[in-house]
Design a protein around this ligand. Structure first.
Ligand code: DL6
Length: 823
């Protein structure tokens, strides 16, 4: 007890307790007797922050002193979720903080659950960015995330009478203790105005961007600790604030009120995340957000750069900038503008620097997702950028002519500016022309972009295209969310897997070790029970933990085909009704996911799933045999509960449409068996786990093409499969919604008269067969768990550490930095 406490940095329980108490008193002006849970949570986080600050500062200092090449990952979305568990895992302080909470009268889990998810993303693209930050820090790369600090993240989803209702996600109502505001890091971001030509001293024609309006971007930093390596990188999120020059005091009363309203308008830029997944909406506010992110980030990068280097021509040597999708691709004209208009370089030099510094990731082939900003909107908002884009395009089109001769159609397809009634800027084309590497996110997806949407570009610049198969961080998606399994694995093979996920291959040998397999299967059962308790508490549903937990969690989208699993659920219902004495393998089907607020069909799917669920769950004949649930408000935190408890992972998109998927990787790692199509990264999961350890069904990409070419008729499939026909008739005739029998006609019409673009009917018979395989395998638990273990053991490739190493080596040119944090 006489041991001296090191309140701010001590890693022992006593120091931590003292720090929590000190924060309660001196940061929050309360004390342990009067504080509520929220205040206690805040003090806990501030005490964690104290233990990050030295490493945070030292890491940045080291990067400066060593002139380390910096990687900037620019993304409109970072779906980071909760941070407390993750920080404690990475700092190796889980037990100490648990004990400190307990000694002070609080249960750690309860405190952890106070934290709101930082839900600054829609889905896969944003979650990938979050996994990448964890991996960059863990690998010791000087990797920084740059994004927007939205006041409102992805909406909160409620279900009323089976329908999705959106509510604002006010995650910052009480602030977040993880973010440090940096008043010293603030940049003006300009809009509007006009581009004015002039002649410089050397007689060159130059341009000035004048008469602009501006807002300020204020930096908020969130620490990103690596796994037990002393590295703490940074996620910088910009908040929009009004210009300092707004002089309120000189205004009379009426103007004062208007001026304050003006502040609101400026701050609106970072107000809300656009909730659309894969549909380009084209609103001016979104364009403002994108430029706001790009402009503030580039100013920050160049300010840092100039503090350490004196020649901007070396920029690509010390800086790599990754654009996450096309959303930040205004970086191309903006960097050009800065280099030419502000730094005085000529076009060629500026172009060389720009292309070598930037790279761009494509995350989808869906044409409706591709960004095309109207020229008229750009002309108004960013006139100088538009002028530069026109010049880039002119020079590029000349090259196309040189390369391909006079092929007008090709020129039209490749042009950055599409002509027509509403000329627009094709942001993907801009990204390919203006960067040195373009990557897809899974092998199949990269092949597809080369053959389809970017074919012309691939023929011109084959060396620019590269694949970087997605990955997930094993820290959050195994160590943290599935502690029992993580501990079992570590006790068997040591803990090297946490940073070298392929070491899990050592578990391959354990399939014949009965004792181990018993523990492995017991853990799955425990996780199912834990999930059941969670669902009971939070949703009031009673899950049958003896059933197969069959889970589909992801955004709701026609191409992801939640409808197919819903049809399967209804078909099972019909089967059990018709065969009350037949043996069935019990199933509990669980859906979760949000639909974009404007996506009527996806919202109708949610209603249908809820109607089918009601029918099933309220029928006593289903008891012990079949359940179906839609859990509202899907989030990173809910995924952390669901994934460790899953037996079956549903990855059933129409082949060719899911770029990669990352949920598929999380499920496999946690020992769920995939039922899936040969789409996205499923293809590579199959290669890794082996054909016998994954259940693949349905049309391939080629099969889809062939079927569409040869004239698909969904009616034929409808008429050919009795069980399928019965369900579609029921949906159409109001069986699941007797009070409103025509409610689901939009769905059945799209399947039948609309000819089923996503080929649900075409794939359904194969899917139903594959589900029978699932039943058969699950009926033999020894075999089932062997298959499950092979999944856990063999998906090491899908660690985001591997993905990031690949980016570092092939795109960012910083492979020399790798492994620093991994010795
Ligand atoms: O690359 C991350 C993630 C993939 O795993 C998904 O397959 C893909 O659908 C998703 N793409 C997007 C693109 N949205 N837009 N635009 O979210 O990216």
């Amino acid at each position: 007890t006489s041991k001296k406490l090191n309140v701010k940095t001590g890693m022992d329980t006593e120091s931590i307790k003292a720090d929590i108490l000190s924060h309660l008193r001196y940061s929050l002006a309360t004390d342990i007797e009067t504080a509520n849970k929220k205040e206690f949570y805040k003090s806990v986080v501030l005490s964690v922050m104290d233990r990050l600050h030295d490493s945070w500062l030292n890491t940045q200092k080291e990067y400066r002193e060593k002139k380390t090449k910096k990687i900037y990952y620019i993304s409109m979305e970072f779906l980071i979720g909760r941070l407390l568990d993750n920080a404690l895992v990475n700092l190796n302080l889980e037990q100490e903080f648990r004990d400190a909470c307990k000694d002070l009268g609080y249960d750690y889990e309860e405190i952890r659950d106070i934290e709101n998810d930082a839900a600054l993303g829609n889905g896969g693209l944003g979650r990938l960015a979050a996994c990448f930050l964890d991996s960059m820090a863990t690998l010791g790369l000087a990797g920084f995330g740059y994004g927007i600090k939205y006041d409102y993240g992805i909406f909160k989803q409620k279900i009323h009478d089976g329908y999705q209702i959106e509510r604002p996600d006010d995650w910052l109502r009480f602030g977040t203790p993880w973010a440090t505001t940096r008043p010293s890091v603030m940049y003006p971001v300009r809009f509007y105005g006009r581009s004015v030509p002039y002649t410089d001293e050397d007689g060159h024609l130059r341009f000035k961007w004048e008469n602009t309006q501006h807002v300020y971007a204020l930096a908020n930093d969130i620490p990103m600790p690596g796994f037990r390596n002393g590295v703490v990188n940074n996620l910088r999120l910009w908040k929009a604030t009004s210009p300092k020059s707004l002089d309120l005091t000189s205004f009379n009363q009426g103007e004062y009120i208007n001026a304050v309203r003006d502040i609101e308008l400026h701050e609106n830029i970072s107000r809300v995340l656009y909730p659309n997944d894969k549909i380009f909406v084209g609103q001016e506010l979104r364009l403002k957000q994108e430029y706001f992110l790009v402009s503030s980030t580039l100013q920050d990068i160049l300010r840092e750069y100039k503090q350490q280097h004196d020649d901007l021509r070396d920029l690509p040597k010390y800086v790599a900038i990754q654009c996450n999708d096309t959303h930040p691709n205004l970086a191309v004209p903006d960097l050009m503008r800065i280099l030419m208009d502000e730094e005085g370089f000529d076009w060629e030099t500026s172009w060389d620097i720009t292309v070598k510094t930037l790279s761009y990731t494509n995350h989808t082939v869906l044409p409706e997702a591709l960004e095309k900003w109207p020229v008229s909107m750009l002309r108004n908002l960013l006139p100088r950028h538009l002028q530069i884009i026109y010049e880039i395009n002119k020079r590029f089109i000349n090259k196309v002519h040189e390369h391909f001769g006079d092929d007008v159609n090709r020129v039209r397809r490749m042009s950055i500016i599409s002509e027509g009634e509403q000329p627009s800027v094709q942001m993907a084309n801009l990204g390919i022309v203006g960067t040195h590497k373009v990557n897809g996110v899974a092998a199949l997806h990269t092949d597809l972009i080369k053959k389809t949407i970017f074919r012309d570009f691939f023929e011109m610049y084959p060396e620019r295209f590269t694949n970087k198969t997605n990955g997930i961080t094993p820290r959050r998606w195994l160590k943290q969310c599935n502690k029992p399994l993580a501990d079992l694995i570590t006790s068997e093979i040591g803990d090297s897997w946490i940073t070298h996920l392929s070491d899990l291959r050592k578990l391959d040998d354990k399939v014949n070790d009965k004792k181990f397999m018993k523990k492995y299967s017991d853990i799955k059962q425990q996780n199912k029970e834990r999930l059941a308790a969670y669902v009971k508490e939070n949703y009031g549903f009673e899950l049958n933990t003896k059933a197969i937990f069959d889970i589909q969690i992801k955004r709701i989208h026609e191409y992801k085909r939640q409808l197919m699993l819903a049809i399967y659920a209804a078909a099972q219902y019909n089967y059990i009704k018709a065969n009350p004495d037949a043996p069935v393998v019990p199933r509990t089907i669980i859906f979760a996911g949000k639909a974009a607020p404007g996506y009527a069909m996806a919202k109708m799917f949610i209603k249908l799933i809820n109607s089918i669920s009601d029918k099933i769950n309220n029928d006593p004949d289903m008891e012990g045999k079949l359940q179906c649930f839609f859990l509202d408000n899907y989030s990173v935190t809910l995924a952390e509960q669901l994934i460790p408890a899953a037996d079956v992972s549903e990855q059933i998109s129409t082949a060719g449409m899911e770029a990669s998927g990352t949920g598929n990787m999380k499920f496999a790692l946690n020992g769920a068996v995939t039922i899936g199509t040969l789409d996205g990264a499923n293809v590579e999961i199959k290669e890794e786990v082996g054909d016998e350890n994954i259940i693949i069904f349905g049309l391939t990409v080629e099969g889809v093409e062939e079927l569409r070419r040869s004239g698909y008729s969904s009616w034929e499939y409808y008429n050919a499969d009795k069980a399928l026909k019965q369900v579609i008739d029921q949906i159409r005739d109001g069986f699941f919604e007797p009070d409103h029998p025509s409610l689901f006609h939009t769905i059945t019409n799209s399947l039948l008269d609309g000819n089923d673009y996503f080929l649900v009917l075409a794939d359904y018979p194969a899917y139903a067969e594959a589900q029978k395989e699932v039943d058969a395998l699950y009926s033999k638990p020894d075999e089932w768990f062997k298959v499950a273990l092979y999944n856990t053991a063999r998906v090491g490739k899908f660690s985001s550490d591997r993905t990031i190493s690949d980016y570092a080596t092939d795109i960012w040119g910083c492979e020399d930095q790798l492994n620093k944090g991994r010795e």
